[in-house]
Design a protein around this ligand. Structure first.
Ligand code: 6R9
Length: 649
């Protein structure tokens, strides 16, 4: 993508929001952190590593002698579970609630740090009894219940790497991940609650295990109590085996570079990549960023990240970052519209949530449902709002601030990836004057920029590819079992720099605007147009809640823009709506960006982490059979769009 040819729309955003004075005055991190990290990046990270309790303090910070294979704090030793649980109890905070669990059917449970320590200890013993040892891999396929966090921490405690697989994935998707990691054990549940009813999980595991010879046991959490097929000798109930274990478990120190987890990301092509994260650097950056970006005050804040544990956001910002920092957090099992569309706001009111971290896809859904729903609840406890997963359209950003944040809470738009392990680019809530739609600035200690096709850094006002120019503590160490693919995918496009795969622009202040995956950029009559920009233009129309845009092959223009839109709750799709939307985009962005096709749909195809799968929409726009839908949150969505499309033709 070349900067001068792409559209300049987003750069016209001129709204600015300075931090509330009170928040800025008491903020965990001030502007001085940028200077400090600038002076000596490695010394900065060595200082951050001291947030953790090390069994053996590291004397080295970064070993980059064999790039792109990094080692951070390589001679240090620590135990991640000790850091996330035991040390808070030892510090006298055992009675602090770690997790306020809210089940979808309305059951709730408060788990203190002392109780969490007991649960993790018992689970660690249970894993050992089932033959799991340091260096093994364990697959986790669970709903959003506290046992998911307990299982992850128990693995970390004994030094077995976990591989969490989304509870919504098919048996086939589970099997390929379990096989790739050679997992010895799978931890699952009888089922979980979604959309008001119990959904079975174990049948997918029973099917997956048939093609996974390395799996010796299946450990099953009882959540729904539904009938569950059982294989004697192989299957073990979680409650039965943990009940007989001791609550005393001595955590062994592990080397800072010991594998902590593998998490699979699905690329657009090829088999999923097993992203490997290790112990010391990962936890350092997860803890630091959670402290800095969310300004967490562990004694008073109630934090809630709505992500699923099967997404990296659940790993770093439900389990490792918040627990390392001794946070009190909410964990919610279900969907935002069960039993009613105000469920999120009801939860915030119930627990007095002060920090909310969610995804643009959820925010746009709430916009669609209408402003009156959050207005019925008391959201005055909120002081910081976060966004992650996709570029947030400026109008969605403004809606979030106005209707959820009472027009005053800072919004932190956090850019990062499974591969980066932790937040990389984000405003700081007590420092940054925020701009709707921009992630803005690399965090202290992080180096990022935008380059053109020839790897030249673009000037302010230019656009191109986002790259990370220095190694960072929580970076992926490799792709599990495939070092060459790690080099080829991330470090070969631009010599010596990490290629993130995202398009980006720098505005005149040098702030960063993320433009979506470079695979999604469209080429219309020789112009590079970002899907994000056209989507944001559509969402700025008062009738549109959500939009997905793709480039479809076109004989005349190379690619033509096809848009799929969801309307806001109260909008009617009058006769000339399509024409109105096409003209609106032309007016906002210029005639070149006018969509050729606009289709009103009820839902969009999304992954479990809320990312729109544009590849599937491209199949529809180009009249092909729809490709692989196994990673969709709801696989029926495509049938619906397809039938609506046929009806429109
Ligand atoms: C954390 C996570 C990574 C991709 C990333 C980018 C997109 C995430 C974003 C964002 C714009 C943000 N992305 N956060 N784009 N602004 N604040 O989402 O990890 O699932 O691996 O996805 O998500 O395209 O490259 P992951």
């Amino acid at each position: 993508m070349s900067g001068n040819e792409s559209l300049e729309n987003l750069l016209k955003e001129e709204r600015r929001f300075t931090p509330p004075a009170e928040l800025a005055a008491a903020a965990n991190v001030t502007a001085a952190a940028y200077d400090l990290a600038q002076q000596d990046r490695l010394a900065f990270w060595a200082t951050q590593a001291r947030r953790l309790s090390w069994a053996k303090e590291p004397t080295e910070t970064l070993d980059w002698s064999n790039p792109p294979f990094a080692k951070w704090f390589a001679d240090g030793e620590l135990n991640v579970a000790y850091n996330c649980v035991d040390r808070h109890v030892e510090a006298g905070n055992g009675d602090r609630v770690a997790i306020h669990f809210e089940g979808e059917p309305g059951d709730s449970r408060a788990i203190t740090y002392a109780e969490l320590k007991d649960e993790v200890s018992k689970a660690a013993h249970a894993l050992t009894e089932l033959g799991v040892a340091k260096g093994d891999r364990v697959a986790i396929y669970l709903p959003m219940i506290p046992e998911a966090a307990v299982a992850m921490l128990a693995c970390a405690r004994i030094g077995a790497a976990h591989s969490v697989v989304f509870g919504g994935f098919s048996a086939e998707a589970v099997a390929s991940r379990v096989q790739d990691a050679d997992a010895k054990l799978i931890i699952t549940a009888d089922g979980g609650y979604r959309r008001g009813k119990p959904t079975a999980l174990k049948p997918a595991i029973d099917e997956a295990v048939l093609s996974c010879p390395t799996v010796q046991h299946v450990l099953v959490v009882r959540r729904t109590g539904q009938d569950t097929a059982w294989t004697e000798g192989r299957d073990v109930w979680w409650d039965e085996i943990t009940a007989r274990q001791s609550t005393e478990h001595t955590p062994q120190p592990h080397n800072a570079e010991h594998p902590l987890f593998i998490l699979y990301t699905s690329g657009t092509t090829g088999k999923p990549k097993g992203i490997l994260h290790t112990t010391g650097g990962y936890l350092t950056q997860a803890a630091y960023t959670h402290h800095a970006v969310f300004d967490l005050k562990p004694e008073t804040d109630v934090y809630w990240c709505t992500a699923d544990i099967g997404w990296v956001t659940g790993h770093s910002y439900i389990v490792y970052g918040p627990l390392a920092n001794g946070a009190t957090q909410v964990m919610y099992e279900g969907t935002p519209d069960t039993p009613h569309q105000g469920r999120f706001w009801e939860i915030i009111q119930k627990y007095g949530v002060t920090i909310l971290y969610t995804a643009p896809t959820a925010i746009r859904t709430f916009m669609k449902w209408g402003d009156d729903i959050p207005a019925r609840f008391d959201l005055s406890s909120l002081r910081i709002l976060g966004s992650v997963g996709e570029p947030i359209n400026p109008e969605a950003w403004i809606w979030y601030r106005e209707h959820i944040g009472a027009g005053k809470t800072p919004i932190v738009d956090t850019w990062w990836q499974t591969e980066t392990g932790a937040i990389m680019i984000s405003p700081l809530p007590g420092v940054t004057a925020t701009k709707p739609g921009s992630a803005q600035t690399p965090l202290p200690g992080i180096s990022a920029t935008v380059v053109d096709d020839e790897a030249r850094e673009v000037p302010d006002g230019g656009g191109g590819y986002l790259v990370l120019t220095e190694p960072w503590p929580s970076m992926l160490r490799t792709i599990w079992g495939d070092d060459q693919r790690y080099i080829d995918t991330y470090w070969s496009r631009f010599e010596g720099r990490y290629f993130a795969g995202d398009g980006a622009k720098k505005d005149d202040d040098g702030d960063l605007w993320l433009l979506g995956r470079v695979d999604d950029v469209m080429l219309v009559s020789g112009h590079n147009i970002s899907t994000t920009e056209v989507e944001s233009a559509l969402v700025s129309h008062p009738k549109v809640a959500e939009a997905a845009v793709v480039g479809a092959a076109d004989a005349t223009t190379g690619q033509a823009i096809a848009a799929f839109v969801i309307l806001r709750g109260n909008a009617d799709d009058g006769d000339d709506l399509v024409g109105e939307l096409r003209n609106h985009v032309a007016k906002v962005l210029g005639p070149i960006a006018k969509p050729k096709l606009v289709q009103v749909v009820g839902e969009l195809p999304k992954t479990r982490s809320g990312k729109i799968m544009r590849r599937l929409l491209r199949d529809i726009a180009e009249g092909r059979a729809v490709g692989d839908t196994t990673t969709l949150a709801d696989s029926t969505v495509m049938d619906l769009i397809q039938s609506q499309r046929s009806a429109a033709d």
